[in-house]
Design a protein around this ligand. Structure first.
Ligand SMILES: [Ca+2]
Length: 468
């Protein structure tokens, strides 16, 4: 009796699974493409011992695959986003810093949504920050990246950008402020409202498949969030601060130290005063934590809206952050470094019928891999100019053998690779760093340690290989 019941149950689940797979196989899936800005790995998504609460990132991860070791192609907004969207590696495209305009560097590039429009007849939509704002993010003349766009900068001047006067930590005006900020509409509220409206009006039975990109600007500076997002982050000694090693720069080459000075306005007042008042650096860390949970909340709202459309089973979701952020660790508040915290990012893919809910993958992967992965998932022809590789084998089986390292580049000739066991950095003057995987705050440079001579040599060869 019980055996029969179990058999029936198994048949039911098989049929249900087949029905799901049939759905994705017979119709073109929608793509919900969500970008975060400057969100690092110090969140519950990666480890529940981390201080930053991200219930909605975890909710999203529970639906598909979370890549624990995903890396941006470049630790700055413009080159990282250009790499994701064009599929071109920064060392080949020449887009290695925030100053380069992607449309001028690679005018022949077909960005992901254009590939979907051209080869899959997709409708393409984008709200918020997808490319970097400013001229570096502009489309090439006559080649719009999306059919319909709601730009983030359209909302400049709205209440969110009215700086509210925390002068102590202020650096260059409201763009670099941090604090509690209670206004009706933050810039991401506009983006989520716009995206929700698109889904509400256009995502229906029989719809044209759609590529919808939504770019959330938080936790990027200004580190602002409404007061309720600060409740979990105490403004006193109980606040969790990143570990800071004394003399952390003693084993860092000069060129690596120089990179931290890129936004070098905090160096004299680094977290040594234990000052939790408004505008202090400790308060800045607290505000980053709150701004990250605020960003996470927007993700929850997007998922709620998707679920209301009834299209979730036919929608591939990809979520990524353009890079990470240092919060006083390694003596800096900055992203423009080749260390782990500025490059290790949240990256989640939900592909119904393909990814197993709640699965995790430990292989090192790059955000450059997003383009070829989405193209394969949607069964469109591959773009031969993509420098990344499709992650579909890993989405199907996270244990797939995967020896390819993730490559990161910042400006000209400065690179890092991440393998399963090490991070190896080589700057354009030839100086190097090597860190064990477990040393994720990059406290101990192993270059010069005779025990690691062969590891170092192996990583030099690997880097030469991926740069070819
Ligand atoms: Ca960014």
């Amino acid at each position: 009796m019980i055996v029969n019941y179990v058999k029936k149950l198994l048949i039911f689940f098989c049929l249900a699974a087949c029905a799901r797979m049939t759905t994705l196989a017979e119709t073109k899936p929608n793509i919900l493409f969500i970008a975060l800005d400057d969100m690092n790995d110090w969140t519950h998504l990666f480890d529940e011992n981390n201080p930053i609460h991200t219930p909605n990132l975890q909710r999203l991860a529970s639906r598909g695959m979370f890549f624990e070791n995903a890396y941006c192609a470049s630790p700055a907004c413009s080159p990282s986003r250009a790499a994701v969207m064009t599929g071109r590696a920064p060392h080949k495209s020449g887009i290695g810093g925030n100053g380069a305009a992607w449309a001028k560097k690679v005018p022949d590039a077909e960005v992901i949504p254009r590939w979907f429009l051209k080869h899959g007849k997709y409708d393409t939509r984008a709200g918020g920050k997808i490319f970097h704002h400013g001229k570096g993010g502009d489309d090439p003349p006559g080649k719009p990246s999306f059919q319909k766009v709601d730009h983030l900068h359209k909302h400049a001047g709205k209440p969110e950008l009215n700086y509210n006067g925390y002068t102590k930590g202020r650096l260059r005006g409201s763009g670099f402020d941090w604090g509690e900020h209670n206004v009706d509409m933050h810039c991401d509220d506009y983006t989520v409202e716009w995206g929700s409206k698109i889904m509400h009006e256009e995502w229906k039975e029989g719809m044209t498949p759609q590529f919808l990109a939504l770019g959330i600007f938080r936790p990027h500076l200004p580190f602002w969030a409404p007061s309720r997002f600060f409740e979990k982050y105490p403004a006193n000694e109980k606040l969790i601060l990143p570990p800071m090693l004394e003399n952390d720069f003693n084993d860092i080459p000069e060129i690596g130290i120089k990179m931290t000075l890129k936004e070098g306005f905090f160096q004299d007042t680094i977290l040594d005063q234990k000052d939790y008042s408004v505008g202090s650096n400790e308060q800045l860390v607290r505000c980053y934590q709150a701004a990250s949970t605020f960003a996470d909340d927007f993700i929850g709202r997007i998922l709620d809206e998707l679920d209301k459309t009834g299209q979730a089973d036919n929608t591939i979701i990809v979520l990524w952050s353009d890079h990470g952020y240092h919060l006083g660790d390694k003596n800096c508040f900055v992203k423009f470094t080749l260390w782990e915290k500025a490059n290790h990012v949240p990256f989640i893919v939900v592909a119904p019928g393909i990814t197993k809910p709640g699965s995790r993958c430990t292989a090192p992967v790059s955000l450059l891999d997003i383009y070829p992965t989405l193209v394969e998932l949607a069964r469109l022809p591959a773009n031969p100019k993509n420098d990344g590789v499709s992650l579909v084998p890993l989405l199907k089986d996270p244990q797939t053998k995967w020896e390819r390292p993730a490559l990161m580049t910042f400006q000209k000739g400065n690179h890092a690779i991440k393998t399963r066991d090490y991070r190896y950095i080589r700057y354009n003057d030839g100086s190097e760093e090597l860190y064990a995987h477990a040393d994720n705050w990059n406290h101990t440079n192993l270059v010069g340690n005779p025990e690691y001579t062969s590891v170092l040599e192996g990583h030099r060869i690997l880097m030469d290989g991926v740069l070819e």
